[in-house]
Write a protein that binds this ligand. Structure first.
Ligand SMILES: NC(=O)c1ccc[n+]([C@@H]2O[C@H](COP(=O)([O-])OP(=O)(O)OC[C@H]3O[C@@H](n4cnc5c(N)ncnc54)[C@H](O)[C@@H]3O)[C@@H](O)[C@H]2O)c1
Ligand SMILES: [Zn+2]
Ligand SMILES: [Zn+2]
Length: 346
């Protein structure tokens, strides 16, 4: 399809982004063109928008960023057989090589040659996005676009929570940003005995309480170790999902874990973090799992299944739906942490 489209462009090696008219992307034979209906702002996009050290080292403006979306396929490449015009879709945002040892052994989520939509290649903060057909996920028509758009981060939550036993366990979600909030609901749906939500942001703890956390703890204002001990008969929690990336929270996360417990770490600290390996990992005999992306495509199947089961109340997590053109307001909300998930609609 030829022509121009509206796009939010990371236009400069500095703060911000600009709404511009750019060329509609041309697709190659393995790609499809999707007309975007909803696109959500991820923490990664905030890094790019604010132009922090990570963004500076990783992305090359000018380019269209954004990677979370739902929309309708309007064009398919000549070799595409699995997707048709009119399909209602979202996409796995990690493009993998298919030939490295990890891809060849069913671990494509840790492909050595991963390229990320909206980071390494042009993204979906636009009226149209080109995506490799093998990354397309077909959505049920019953799932509204603002919810289908957030399946990618929801998949992070699902992958983290379900990377070990949950049913009947005490689970702590450390860091209740959008993904932590989703994890609260996933843990509940997976049968956790209790879900303890920890953050330092009252706005987000309020949402955690509304969506089913059994206890919410503001670790700046309350005595976290004492409360966790009370809630777990002195044993500590069976499972911690670390979703803050904050070094203090990471230390607390290891300390609150029961002997023999499991900690799954999604959060990304910006610098190396020191750990008491002897006392907090080895002698406690715990399992530490690093979580990146989503299992391809097991996590997508689990996520779809949970969505269709009606057990996730994501409308309370999507706190803001804004017109696409009001993206600056969306980024402001994200930078202040006065939001759950922010979705831009087209
Ligand atoms: N591994 C991956 O594939 C992957 C993918 C997406 C996001 N991430 C990372 O996962 C984390 C969660 O993502 P998000 O989008 O929800 O991020 P976010 O930054 O919106 O949320 C982090 C939350 O942690 C809270 N927090 C900060 N300091 C804390 C402390 N000391 N104790 C408790 N909570 C604290 C913040 O208030 C915030 O609510 C981030 O670190 C993000 O970079 C990793
Ligand atoms: Zn994302
Ligand atoms: Zn690979």
């Amino acid at each position: 399809m030829q022509g121009k489209m509206k796009a939010i462009v990371k236009h400069t090696r500095g703060f911000g982004a600009a709404l511009q008219m750019v060329d509609i992307p041309a697709i190659d034979e393995n790609e499809v063109l999707v007309k975007v209906k909803a696109t959500s702002i991820c923490g990664t996009d905030v890094h790019i928008y604010t132009w922090d050290a990570w963004a500076e080292s990783r992305v090359t403006p000018p380019y269209v960023f954004g990677h979370e979306f739902a929309g309708e396929v309007v064009e398919v490449g000549a070799s595409v057989t699995n997707v048709a015009i009119g399909d209602y879709v979202s996409a796995e945002t990690h493009f993998v090589c298919g030939t490295c040892p990890q891809c060849l052994t069913g671990k494509a989520h840790v492909c050595q040659n991963t390229k990320i939509l909206g980071v390494d290649v042009a993204g979906c903060f636009a009226e149209y996005v080109a995506v490799d057909a093998s990354n397309i996920w077909k959505n049920s028509k019953e799932v509204p676009a603002h919810i289908a758009s957030i399946q990618e981060p929801l998949g992070n939550a699902v992958h983290t929570v379900l990377s070990g036993d949950v049913a009947g366990c005490s689970v702590a979600i450390v860091g209740c940003g959008p993904i932590g909030l989703m994890a609260v609901q996933v843990a509940k749906a997976a049968g956790a005995a209790q879900v303890i939500a920890v953050d330092v942001n009252e706005y987000r703890l309020d949402i955690a309480a509304q969506i089913g956390a059994t206890t919410v703890i503001n670790s700046l204002q309350q005595d976290l170790p004492t409360l966790v001990a009370e809630l777990t008969a002195g044993n500590g929690v069976d499972v911690v999902c670390e979703m803050s990336g904050h070094p203090v929270a990471i230390d607390q996360a290891f300390k609150m874990l029961a002997f023999g417990g499991r900690i799954s770490i999604l959060g990304l600290p910006t610098a190396p973090v020191s750990l008491d390996i002897t006392n907090d990992i080895v002698f406690k005999g715990i399992t530490v799992k690093g979580i990146t992306g989503r299992l391809m495509y097991e996590t997508w199947q689990q996520t779809s299944g949970l969505l269709q089961s009606g057990q996730l109340d994501l409308d309370k997590i999507v706190t803001h739906q804004l017109p696409f053109e009001d993206f600056e307001q969306g980024f402001e909300l994200m930078m202040k942490g006065q939001c759950g998930k922010v979705v831009l609609t087209l």
